[in-house]
Design a protein around this ligand. Structure first.
Ligand code: SAH
Length: 344
């Protein structure tokens, strides 16, 4: 069955007309799903019963089931384990951050990128999420907390560029004035660096913020911790990033997870400054690597992180250390998993 919540407004309108219904019904149905965020056809009170039955016969209606909710005692970050209609599970994180309420969503069930420091990739990729399943993460959090989402970061489980079409569909739908109307300025997509995806995104006319997971400043080192680096060199990545800026006017953010003894030397600072500084003027987000038991990597101590930051800013690079929200509930970067053995 077709998933009604993954249809754009125009697609829904066409379908409704093909069913022989008046086209204004499409506006009503779309608004119930994407503005009022109801969880079933039965809740659509101004839709005639006969049409509701017809819709139930033709379409599935995706709703995610919250299986577990954890609240950080340290910073109030909330992590949800959601069950998808097929029984797979993914995680979503809600944080109160710099500019309001931010939600970090997953884009795939698992991930096939294999980064050495990340928990999300441990069991490989199961499948892509649909646009509805990405929307529902936002809707589920909004319903539960009764609080509007201000910012979305596509940085949870999965590589968004590996599910390109659905991710772009999701962005267009959440940005639509017929849905939650969230500005593209408040949406960030993070990628491990799939060059053709970055170039394609530059041409979408979307102007969302792009974050690049860099983590190493030379190809040899990068290949050791990120298998994707075997496919694309840093030089190719920088070309793509420059193209993204030229076409969208949006400067790219570089994410750099600091791992003790791996990428935290003076050479690394210099290399990072050379890549992020100058005309490119990328913002660098330093993330002391978050603990993932299986990875066994250590973060540098606090003082070492501060020294790295100071050296970088001393070289005129715009850099900050990311707050490690939700670490106590394994809700920080790289700690999300598609399954959990310790629930309920
Ligand atoms: N696949 C995308 C988005 C998901 S990861 C990407 O690679 O960008 C979101 C960010 O968290 C990425 O920058 C990722 O490299 C980083 N990350 C992964 N594991 C981490 C860990 N253990 N500690 C800190 N950051 C981590």
């Amino acid at each position: 069955m077709k998933d009604i919540k993954s249809l754009t407004f125009d697609e829904l309108k066409t379908e409704v007309e093909l069913m022989g219904e008046k086209s204004f019904r499409a506006g009503q149905i779309y608004s119930w799903m994407h503005e009022k965020l109801v969880t079933s056809f039965d809740d659509m009170s101004n839709i005639p019963a006969a049409l509701k039955e017809k819709l139930k016969g033709e379409y599935s209606y995706t709703v995610l089931k919250p299986v577990r909710k954890q609240v950080s005692k340290v910073d109030g970050t909330v992590k949800y384990l959601f069950e998808l209609p097929d029984g797979n599970r993914i995680e979503t994180v809600s944080m109160d951050y710099h500019h309001g309420h931010s939600v970090c969503i997953s884009s795939q069930v698992g991930c096939r990128m294999g980064c050495a420091f990340c928990a999300s990739t441990l069991g490989g990729l199961v499948r892509n999420l649909t646009a509805a399943e990405m929307l529902e993460q936002i809707y589920g959090v909004t319903r539960d907390l009764d609080k509007r989402v201000d910012n979305i970061v596509i940085m949870g489980i999965g590589e968004p560029m590996d599910n390109y079409e659905n991710v772009v569909r999701f962005i267009r739908m959440i940005n639509s004035d017929k849905g939650l109307n969230l500005s593209v300025r408040n949406i960030t997509l993070s990628t491990c660096g799939i060059v053709p995806g970055i170039k394609k995104l530059a041409d979408e006319g979307l102007g969302i913020t792009l974050a690049l997971s860099l983590h190493a400043v030379n190809d040899e080192k990068r290949r050791k911790i990120m298998p994707v680096a075997k496919s694309y060199t840093i030089a190719q990545l920088m070309d793509a990033v420059d193209e993204y800026f030229e076409k969208t006017g949006r400067r790219v953010t570089f994410e750099y997870s600091l791992i003790a003894g791996v990428n935290d030397t003076d050479e690394d600072v210099k290399g990072l400054a050379a890549l992020a500084g100058g005309k490119r003027s990328a913002h660098v987000n330093l993330i002391p690597v978050n603990p993932v038991t299986e990875a066994g990597l250590k973060e540098p101590d606090r003082a070492a992180v501060q020294r790295f930051l100071q050296k970088l800013t001393g070289m005129k690079v715009n850099a900050t250390v990311r707050r490690e929200l939700g670490r106590d509930i394994d809700g920080a970067c790289g700690q999300l998993r598609r399954n959990d053995n310790n629930i309920m």
